[in-house]
Ligand binder design. Structure first.
Ligand code: AMP
Length: 278
């Protein structure tokens, strides 16, 4: 497994054998089975697999969240070696944002609601860094998790808008046995909060069951999720949404497909989760 820090180092490895298909899995490290599922999907479909680990400061709207974001590079490298990853890219902040950096990639609509509304500037940070990762790495395929549904919608839009020459592959949400979506932030939960956190999954599951039994009014689905979350005293709801899965526009009337999503605080830790019903 090779390691690179600068863009030039990445390019030297990437183009050492022209003609090979590379899959890229962008991450912020503190790797868990959710990340590794994307690595395995990339491993299965490409000649070579690259993983980037970069805790991107510009996508953190909350400075405290950036400071407390878990970092564990040695463990991450051991996990990636076991998965047969070919290249790990660990840029420093100054490699990604050298002095004088002045470009931002910003999407107009898909980034506005939900995470965009709660985390001002977050998606500008994500779009800019992902555009840079794509330009340096030039993968044939890039892998993202459905866990971050709005991020997926935004990246697909950006790839269409800016003609990035690659395929976006979306992996399903990997969950703990009790349903909690795996997240690097889960380690910050207290034992009591951790015990309460599967309420996101149960709220989504209840709304999904309501949908499948024919209750497709968006307001009813929002009410089912609100009731489930309000029954958990440790959960503080940031948003609950029933939206179009591509545009992220909130649904008013019944539709064929819907993205059910939520962001919920447990103390200072903010968790997100979602399900698509169709
Ligand atoms: P992060 O390190 O949080 O930026 O995540 C890197 C990638 O892993 C993103 O595409 C995430 O959507 C994806 N990911 C994170 N958690 C999960 C999960 N529980 N299941 C599937 N993919 C995930």
């Amino acid at each position: 497994m090779q390691q690179a820090i600068t863009g030039d180092e990445v390019r030297a490895v990437r183009w050492a054998e022209p003609g090979l298909a590379w899959g890229l899995v962008p991450t912020m490290g503190a790797l868990h089975e959710g990340h590794l599922s994307l690595v395995r999907a990339a491993r299965a479909a490409n000649d070579r697999v690259g993983v980037s680990i970069f805790v991107n400061p510009t996508q953190f709207n909350n400075p405290e969240d950036l400071i407390k974001y878990p970092r564990n590079v040695e463990v991450d490298l051991a996990l990636l070696r076991e998965e047969g990853v070919d290249l790990v890219w660990l840029p420093r902040v100054e490699d990604v944002y050298p002095p004088g950096f002045q470009t931002t990639v910003s999407l107009a609509h898909v980034t506005q609601p939900l995470e965009g509304a709660s985390r001002p500037g977050h998606f500008d940070g994500v779009a800019t860094v992902v555009a840079k990762l794509f330009n340096v790495f030039q993968p044939m395929r890039a892998y993202f998790g459905q866990k971050d549904a709005q991020q997926v919608a935004m990246i697909q839009q950006m790839v269409r808008d800016l003609n990035f020459n690659l395929e976006i592959v979306v992996g399903p949400i990997v969950r703990e046995v009790d349903g909690l979506a795996m997240s690097s932030r889960n380690v910050r939960l207290t034992p009591e909060q951790r015990a309460a956190a599967p309420v996101l999954y149960s709220a989504l599951s209840s709304a999904c069951a309501a949908w499948e039994s024919g209750g497709r009014s968006p307001d009813d689905l929002r009410r089912v999720m609100t009731d489930a979350l309000n029954a958990e005293p440790l959960a503080r709801v940031d948003y609950i949404s029933v939206a179009d899965p591509v545009t992220l526009v909130e649904l008013e009337d019944s539709a064929k497909r819907a993205l059910l999503s939520m962001a919920v605080y447990f103390g200072e830790v903010r968790l997100i989760d979602n399900m698509v019903v169709e």
